[in-house]
Write a protein that binds this ligand. Structure first.
Ligand SMILES: CC(=O)N[C@H]1[C@@H](OP(=O)(O)OP(=O)(O)OC[C@H]2O[C@@H](n3ccc(=O)[nH]c3=O)[C@H](O)[C@@H]2O)O[C@H](CO)[C@@H](O)[C@@H]1O
Length: 367
């Protein structure tokens, strides 16, 4: 099977595409792939770390209001459709899958116009603009939550979950611990603010970092996000003697292994992160990003809170103190942790990638 993958901008759109690729390879060992993304998105850094060839098209996001910039965007879109058509004619895919982000627009649209079977995957409850636009032309739509079914044409939409859930089930806790240099006797608290880091979380962590020594059986893994790393690293160095039970990293490339070793997660409430923690049953403290369309991260987070899988701290109430308090409450109470784990697992959809690939295989051109 020959598969074109597209999706980009942030990790929340890219990792699901890579998870689909891995599952396709498991089911079809001879499969060939091409990833089409944007040179300016995170995909340009993440995809070349895999064996999947990467090509790019120029594209930018549509503003919700009509502006002169939108005319330029439209022109760029049409040019990207024509570039995508060239790449698709050359690669001759049997199927194309888009996992969201602007770049999916021209690639999936071009594929549909060429008569190639297409599928989009929506990670969030409320769909993004690009997926809504594409849903008219694609063969299949896969969604992560039952609440999203209503946004798409019912005849072609299926509920599958997020493929990252399956991917993290293949993580190896021992490999995660050995990568972090943390021995098996210690609990790991993983802190990260989505795929790009989050300033508010960074500020709260810096404010409480001197208190972490009190958790003698716990190691903290704090991922700042690439762009924030230098600044945070310098700030922590200036503070002098910070606790020794913390590792600070700019980005983690082997998240399935690290998550498999994680006792509690502190982070944003992006859809892929939540699919990962619920597949593994990791209790979490969630600080939804307020800077996203329709405040969708808070909706994501409240879903976990409702069943007791997570504690939610809204960004206005996030301080070093409130974070430390929430952490202490979970770390000191084994029963509560067990209950949170169970509730988290109850929301997990660990077979998502398999279901998506079954659907892809069913619609793909047969030789
Ligand atoms: C600010 C913003 O627009 N956020 C959106 C974006 O977030 P973002 O890309 O941050 O979202 P997610 O939480 O969904 O995904 C992050 C992904 O990156 C991985 N990861 C993260 C850090 C790291 O060091 N290493 C690593 O591998 C995580 O394991 C996860 O797979 O896309 C999501 C999915 O459409 C949306 O729900 C979010 O609201």
């Amino acid at each position: 099977m020959r598969v074109v993958l597209t999706g980009g901008g942030t990790g929340g759109h890219i990792y699901p595409a890579l998870a689909v690729a891995r599952e396709v390879s498991r089911q079809h060992p001879q499969a060939a792939f091409l990833y089409i993304g944007s040179k300016h998105g995170l995909e340009a850094q993440l995809v070349p770390r895999t064996e999947i060839p990467f090509q790019s098209v120029e594209i930018s996001g549509l503003k919700r209001k009509l502006t002169l910039d939108n005319l330029k965007t439209l022109w760029k879109f049409l040019r990207a459709v024509s570039d995508s058509k060239k790449m698709l004619r050359e690669f001759r895919p049997d199927v194309v899958i888009g996992t969201g982000g602007y770049v999916c627009g021209p690639v999936v649209y071009a594929a549909a116009k060429l008569g190639i079977p297409t599928m989009i995957h929506e990670q969030n409850v409320v769909p993004g603009l690009t997926n809504k636009f594409l849903s008219r032309s694609v063969t299949k739509v896969a969604v992560s939550f039952s609440e999203s079914l209503a946004f798409f044409p019912s005849a072609k939409t299926v509920l599958t979950g997020n493929p990252r859930a399956t991917e993290v089930m293949h993580g190896n806790a021992e490999a995660g611990r050995s990568f972090l240099g943390v021995d098996a006797g210690k609990k790991i608290v993983l802190i990260f603010g989505g795929s790009r880091g989050a300033r508010a979380i960074n500020e709260a962590v810096v404010a409480m970092v001197n208190q972490l020594g009190q958790f003698t059986d716990t190691h903290f893994v704090y991922v700042t996000g690439d762009v924030h790393y230098e600044k945070i690293h310098a700030e922590l160095q200036q503070m002098g003697d910070i606790s020794t039970n913390i590792t600070v990293l700019p980005f983690v490339h082997n998240m399935p292994d690290v998550l498999a070793a994680t006792h509690v997660l502190v982070g944003r409430a992006g859809a892929s992160t939540l699919a990962e923690v619920t597949a593994l049953g990791v209790p979490s403290i969630l600080i939804p990003s307020p800077y996203v369309t329709n405040n969708h991260q808070e909706k994501n987070a409240r879903g976990l809170e409702k069943v007791g899988a997570a504690e939610v701290i809204v960004e206005q109430e996030l301080t070093g103190e409130s974070l430390l308090k929430a952490l202490s409450a979970i770390l000191a109470d084994a029963k509560r942790w067990e209950q949170m784990k169970k509730s988290s697992l109850s929301l997990g959809m660990p077979h998502a990638a398999t279901e998506i690939v079954d659907q892809l295989t069913a619609i793909a051109r047969k030789k």
